[in-house]
Ligand binder design. Structure first.
Ligand code: SAM
Length: 312
């Protein structure tokens, strides 16, 4: 069914499209389900599961939401085949060989993928891969609320269509950086923010940390996940240094490296800065990251987990 609301909003943003998004070339469909998506999405489900331990409602702000779910049989996804070395590898594993603690950490994530792909869950039957909005939607209870921001008009329209009308899970075509200032703190006073920009610009690492600091000033008790690609080490380390010097406590950094860091043009690894992580997450990631490094690793299989600044 076509969402009439989406059509109205789309036509009203076409002018904005012309003046404001000319440089938006990034399309997540080429990368959906790759190892970096897997890490980000597993961590997202772990945080949501933790938030559900209380009966109280939570709020999720997804500042760079994408289109919600991805067809891995599409020409774009097939062209890069990135998902095959990500979710493809994870699903191809013999479930019996996965240690129980790891299995528990993956179970929400994998069951959502299984639900979206109702036939037998093998690499060959995998077609739909959930993006962050779909994962949030699938885990949300009726009391929970989410706001998905997507700047690209066509992608925002697709996302509105995918998510349908839902007063609790709202899609807005807007600038995600702006939302960190305008939409925090949420009335629920508990929840998380996912910041997952396309990294099309070289200064995106520092920009992400700056934008986060603006959000944090408004809402210091939220859980924040800032995702980043690892190509050249230096860009990431600059961002980590700003965070370390910000005076903010309780900042965890989790990374996976699947290629030697000798070619800066390639996606060699991925990581997240997690601010105010659930107290259980550090110990969980300590087991999970080396496991994932082995699953996804190519000419390198490394992981690291460190407190940039611990909780006092
Ligand atoms: N978070 C999504 C997920 O996990 O499924 C993937 C998001 S993708 C990496 C980045 C998205 O950000 C793209 O869809 C892109 O169009 C969008 N985007 C780029 N600049 C933006 C901005 N300033 N504000 C909001 N969205 C933006």
């Amino acid at each position: 069914m076509f969402d009439r609301n989406a059509v109205v909003i789309h036509s009203s943003v076409n002018f904005f499209h012309l003046i404001g998004t000319h440089a938006m070339n990034y399309r997540h469909i080429y990368h959906a389900g790759n190892f970096a998506d897997c890490l980000k999405h597993i961590i997202l489900t772990r945080i949501l599961s933790y938030l559900q331990k209380k009966d109280k409602a939570y709020f999720v702000l997804d500042t760079h939401a994408g289109i919600g779910q991805y067809d891995l049989s599409s020409e774009e996804a097939q062209k890069t085949g990135e998902w095959q070395n990500g979710i493809g590898r994870l699903l191809a594993m013999d479930k019996a060989a996965i240690p129980p603690a790891i299995h528990a950490s993956l179970s929400d994530y994998l069951s959502i993928i299984e639900r979206l792909n109702p036939t037998e869950n093998t690499e060959n039957s995998l077609r739909l891969y959930p993006g962050s909005p779909k994962l949030v939607e699938q885990m949300a209870r009726p009391i929970d609320r989410a706001l998905f921001i997507e700047k690209h008009p066509a992608d925002a329209e697709t996302l509105m269509y995918t998510m349908g009308r839902n007063r609790q899970l709202h899609v807005r075509q807007d600038d995600g950086w702006q939302a960190l200032r305008a939409d925090l703190p949420p009335k629920e006073r508990r929840g998380m923010v996912l910041v997952d920009p396309p990294f099309e610009e070289p200064d995106e690492y520092v920009r992400m940390v700056d934008a986060f600091l603006q959000g944090y000033r408004r809402w210091a008790t939220g859980i924040y996940c800032l995702w980043y690609p690892i190509k050249a080490r230096r860009d990431v380390d600059d961002a980590a240094e700003i965070l370390a010097n910000s005076g903010i406590e309780n900042v965890l950094r989790a990374e996976l490296i699947i290629h030697k860091l000798d070619t800066a043009k390639r996606l060699n690894g991925t990581g997240l800065f997690i601010i105010n992580p659930p107290y259980t997450l550090h110990d969980e990631l300590k087991q999970l990251l080396p496991f994932l490094a082995n699953v996804f690793g190519q000419d390198a299989r490394r992981s690291s987990l460190e407190w940039i600044s611990p909780a006092q």
